[in-house]
Design a protein around this ligand. Structure first.
Ligand code: AMP
Length: 445
């Protein structure tokens, strides 16, 4: 019988990759907390209506990439392909009465039925943030600044740039779209099938075209800036001014657009300028009309961003950032006798309680076999306890880096090793610092 393999386009995350993922989550969480964001997790499944109302039926996500599920009562559900609509749904259900605006971040798995390839998976993780309820250009700038701070903290500062643009309001866009359609009306013979489809169904996306012929034509196309109202221009100018105050370098790119109706004003994208890839790592957007499109009676201003964790992890791994391995075994106990095993077992526990990463060799195979294992797991020190050592309450301590060996009394062993390993490599965590004990309220009998 064949053993079932993992589902195409999905991956197991373990070992070094998992360590990078943890690092990225830690850096992001720290940056978000510094900026007053708290974490939100939304369900993986939502009713299909939510996604249909929030994302046009015509987009690739809805037409091809959705993971749909029919539950046992024949309800159509969809696995989260992006988080913004999920969070807006949750906001309307839970947070309307909270102090506004609300600041939420998420680190969540997402699902899209795409053709799997490098950096494109069917299950992937996004890290993102949303600020809901306020329309203020400083928030757009602040989100871009947070994103940049995350990249700075993981030492990718020189390889990325942020591209920004304004796509104003949907009304202004409508007028521009008409002008764009008129411009291309007698140039359709120069467009490929993809761009023709875009022109028909979602004309702004033609500005995103990768086709060099279309890009050439676009140089002569009407410019969006000619269709803007004063307020929209002022909003965009303010975002740029705040970015300058916050010290964020940006590049303006008027071809940067997003097709959906509810997007407005600022859009931005983080792109790799190091030459490693053409793909964007993530992008951000203002979406003041989303609440209305999913059925809320009024518009609710909001701004957010999302980046792909896997893409970023693979960038970090390919760049010069090498993570310390905190799971390395600092002290490995080899025991050559049942009595020795009984002696080293509590020592192993005590080592862990002193935040020294230690492990005990199992069973009692030969010294050679146990030593081989110690080598294989890259143990930093090995404490060998044989019959004589057990009787004299000592061990032979081997430094696996220098190859030297010395006899050490068991009562001194842990402190001795702790002084030799890097103090900052000890894995400190004290759960007691994370809670307070609350006295139960006594009720009168
Ligand atoms: P999107 O909502 O498609 O713009 O995605 C936002 C970010 O998520 C992208 O810039 C990618 O970094 C990441 N992303 C999107 N789709 C995938 C995927 N299939 N696999 C891995 N990362 C993805």
């Amino acid at each position: 019988m064949e053993i079932p393999q993992k589902v195409r386009g999905m991956q197991d995350i373990y070992g070094e990759y998992q360590r990078y993922f943890t690092f990225l989550k830690k850096v992001s969480r720290h940056e978000f907390r510094k900026n007053w964001f708290t974490r939100i997790s939304t369900p993986i499944l939502e009713k299909v209506d939510l996604i249909k109302r929030s994302i046009w039926e015509d987009t690739d996500i809805v037409s091809k990439e959705m993971y749909n599920i029919i539950d046992k009562k024949w309800r159509e559900l969809v696995m989260k392909p992006e988080s913004t609509a999920w969070i807006m749904r949750s906001y309307i259900e839970n947070f309307l009465d909270e102090t506004q605006p609300v600041y939420y971040y998420y680190i969540e798995p997402h699902f899209r039925y795409e053709r799997p390839q490098k950096w494109r998976y069917r299950q992937f993780n996004q890290i993102g943030a949303e600020i809901i309820w306020e329309i203020d250009p400083v928030l757009d700038a602040k989100l871009i600044y947070i994103w940049k701070s995350i990249l700075d903290s993981i030492w990718l500062k020189d390889s990325f740039k942020v591209k920004i643009n304004s796509i104003w309001t949907s009304k202004e866009r409508e007028k521009y779209i008409e002008a764009l359609k008129d411009f291309f009306a007698n140039k359709k013979q120069h467009l490929d099938d993809n761009d023709l489809h875009r022109l028909e169904n979602n004309p702004l996306r033609i500005l995103d075209s990768k086709n060099p012929d279309t890009q050439e034509l676009l140089k002569f196309a009407p410019k969006v800036t000619d269709f803007l109202k004063k307020e929209s221009k002022e909003f965009y100018e303010s975002v740029k001014e705040y970015l300058e105050i916050l010290g964020v370098d940006y590049v303006e790119d008027h071809t940067l657009v997003r097709g959906l109706d509810y997007y407005c004003h600022t859009v931005w994208e983080f792109v790799d300028f190091s030459g490693r890839s053409q793909d964007a790592l993530g992008w951000g957007w203002r979406y003041d009309e989303l609440a209305k499109s999913i059925g809320h009676k009024t518009a609710i201003p909001a701004v957010g961003f999302a980046f792909g964790a896997e893409r970023l992890i693979e960038h970090i791994m390919e760049a010069w950032v090498k993570l310390k391995n905190k799971d390395v075994i600092q002290l490995y106990f080899i025991q050559l006798w049942d009595e020795a095993k009984k002696i080293v077992l509590p020592l192993n526990i005590e080592a862990r309680n002193k935040w020294l990463n230690s492990q005990l060799s199992l069973w009692t195979p030969s010294m050679k076999v146990q030593m081989k294992k110690a080598n294989k797991i890259n143990a930093r020190f090995v404490a060998i306890v044989g019959i004589m050592e057990a009787k004299n309450w000592v061990c032979q301590l081997k430094d696996m880096e220098s190859g030297t060996q010395e006899e050490v009394k068991l009562e001194n062993l842990l402190d001795h090793v702790i002084t030799k390993v890097w103090k900052d490599s000890l894995d400190f965590y004290d759960p007691a610092k994370d809670f307070i004990i609350v006295e139960p309220i006594k009720t009168e009998e």
